[in-house]
Ligand binder design. Structure first.
Ligand code: SF4
Length: 215
């Protein structure tokens, strides 16, 4: 990798990285369990600062008890806080979920909107959550920048920032739109299985020849 890599070279390397990760992780998919866009919206709000595995444990019973936006507003906030307690930051998350549900009822006829601009008007929903819902529920291209994507894109030398919006826009330039959703899945899977935050497994990494941070 040249020290001052051109954008074209970076883009070619990024596409090769996606190819190799797709071959390595043929089962890559979103880690959160859901059956509807509304469930993924709630699960994604809960996933802030929490593992997908923990969220999946909580939503297993949560999605049985709360089926519609109205359901989340029919109980006192303290009850919802108790139901999502183990995901952490439960007070803020309960407040966001209830605010989000109220807006879905008031402005969107209880359905999850299908545009980024509308989704980010929902309380507790930022670009990461919105893009996650768009890409996984509606197959609309969207780049989800989470902790794995932030770490790995810096290690790969694709970006030099931890600003999620800057990373999203940089990747939009480097990766063709029709690969955005696949990229989300393989990079996040790579972060969970191989390029693990505290102990990256560079020796067995399928993209170590393409990574300037390989040990
Ligand atoms: S070579 Fe190491 S640092 Fe680079 S992507 Fe692979 S595991 Fe991560």
């Amino acid at each position: 990798m040249a020290k001052h890599e051109s954008r074209a070279a970076k883009s070619a390397r990024m596409n090769l990285i996606i190819d190799k990760l797709q071959a390595a992780y043929t089962d890559a998919k979103v880690g959160l369990n859901f059956t509807t866009p509304f469930e993924l919206l709630i699960a994604t709000i809960l996933s802030a600062q929490c593992t997908d595995d923990r969220v999946n444990i909580v939503t297993q019973s949560l999605f049985v008890k709360y089926r519609s936006p109205q359901d989340y507003l029919l109980v006192p906030q303290e009850e919802l806080e108790g139901d999502i307690h183990s995901t952490g930051f439960y007070r803020n998350k309960a407040k966001s979920i209830r605010g989000c549900c109220q807006r879905l009822i008031d402005e969107f006829s209880c359905t999850v909107p299908t545009s980024l601009d509308e989704l980010i008007t929902l309380p507790g929903v930022g670009r990461k959550t919105a893009n996650c819902v768009l890409s996984n529920c509606f197959n609309i291209p969207g780049i989800t920048v989470d902790t794995h994507v932030t770490r790995i894109m810096n290690l790969l030398g694709m970006v030099d920032t931890t600003d999620a919006v800057k990373i999203e826009y940089a990747l939009m330039e480097l990766v063709p739109k029709d690969r955005w959703n696949d990229m989300n899945h393989v990079i996040i899977t790579h972060g969970r299985r191989t390029c693990i935050a505290r102990r990256p497994q560079c020796g067995i990494c399928p993209i170590n020849a393409l990574c300037p941070s390989a040990l």
